[in-house]
Unconditional design. Structure first.
Length: 377
């Protein structure tokens, strides 16, 4: 039975002493827009403008209307406003994981920017990043009547298929590969990895080892490719990459393995948490930081200043990523955005105490630079 289209009648009241039915009790209705207009001395149209957040109302009048709303307990009818404007003032977010520092910071920025624009946020976490689960999440958001969607593609699709999002609902993609045909916003991952690697080379290190993130992660892939490219441009053959899962424990296990390498003098870790784990392993194995081994992270966690020693790292502006994604999405909702937009947010190098020039007499890799044999001739 469709409850919305079915009226239920209450049983008739028992007759009173006069034989006439007793008066029906009426539920008390809430305050209406007319009640607010009467209490504030303005027209119902002015009350409507204020409740819809329009700016063509004088400040004193607006405050008078808002005071009347509070005193009467008036709540604007969201559904009625949506039917009139064609917008629900709601944005959906699809995420593949809630566990990573970057995703949580980005989500916080999205929620803040959306709230400032007068929008609520509905979050749909996706456990398995496949085309089917993404499409299912999209349909759930459509049923909840959102105006647009932000999709955070932190990982490659497991089924290795091209993602196709419905064209009738505006969307912005964060942390992904270009080529989906939708507006994208992302940190300049390649720039950050280049900064980190070049910093260590400029200090005089002859080789930089890399603790990579998961091979399924877009951001980890971009950072690894940039690290490898920077070494190649310096004439250095990149060593084998050891991949972690972003966790401190994985960084610790990889750090134990790297600490056994006597040629090790510099590490670039794909995030601060793995850098922290590697630092613990190096300390335990008697490798001093930065005297014996320099290390650079990526993210600039708040806690990175409290690492020992304080961690040199790459700063990501997660707030800018979230804000720009919402700005882009709102432009699409308004019909003024472009699907070809690809916005990269710059990174910056934060130099602290975990990096230094290699100590004089420290052991160097024996055949890392190309054309070494030519120097012997």
């Amino acid at each position: 039975m469709d409850q919305e289209n079915t009226s239920l009648k209450a049983p008739a009241a028992p007759p009173g002493e006069s034989g006439k039915p007793a008066a029906k009790s009426r539920a008390k209705r809430g305050p209406s827009i007319g009640d607010v207009a009467k209490a504030s001395g303005v027209s119902a149209q002015t009350v409507s403008r204020v409740s819809n957040g329009l700016t063509n109302v004088e400040e004193t009048t607006k405050n008078r209307v808002l005071d009347a709303m509070r005193q009467l307990g008036y709540r604007p009818n969201r559904a009625a406003r949506a039917l009139k404007s064609g917008q629900f003032k709601s944005i959906g977010v699809i995420m593949f994981t809630l566990s990573s520092f970057g995703n949580m910071r980005t989500l916080d920025a999205i929620a803040t920017a959306a709230s400032l624009a007068g929008y609520s946020v509905t979050l749909i976490p996706v456990q398995d990043p496949t085309t089917g689960t993404v499409s299912g999440a999209y349909e759930r958001l459509r049923e909840q009547q959102v105006d647009g969607v932000v999709v955070i593609f932190e990982a490659h699709l497991l089924d290795d298929a091209d993602i196709t999002l419905p064209e009738d609902l505006p969307a912005v993609v964060i942390d992904s590969n270009a080529g989906f045909g939708y507006p994208m916003v992302d940190t300049d991952q390649a720039q950050g990895a280049r900064f980190a690697t070049q910093h260590l080379l400029d200090l005089g290190h002859q080789q930089v080892w890399h603790i990579g993130g998961p091979t399924t992660s877009f951001s980890a892939t971009h950072r690894e490719e940039s690290w490898r490219r920077t070494l190649k441009e310096a004439g250095i053959e990149a060593p084998a990459v050891l991949h972690g899962d972003w966790s401190t424990e994985s960084g610790y296990q990889i750090g134990l393995e790297l600490s056994r390498n006597p040629d090790l003098t510099a590490i670039f870790a794909a995030n601060d948490q793995m850098a922290l784990g590697a630092m613990r392993a190096l300390h335990e194995q008697g490798r001093r930081i930065p005297e014996d081994v320099s290390i650079v992270g990526f993210d600039d966690l708040d806690e990175s200043t409290s690492f020992w020693p304080p961690l040199t790292t790459i700063h990501q502006d997660f707030y800018a990523v979230g804000r720009l994604s919402i700005e882009n999405l709102l432009q699409q909702i308004a019909g003024t955005g472009s699907v070809d937009d690809f916005t990269t947010v710059p990174t910056s190098m934060v130099v602290r105490k975990s990096t230094a020039a290699p100590m004089e007499g420290a052991r160097r890799p024996s055949a890392r630079r190309k054309n070494v044999a030519a120097d012997k001739g």
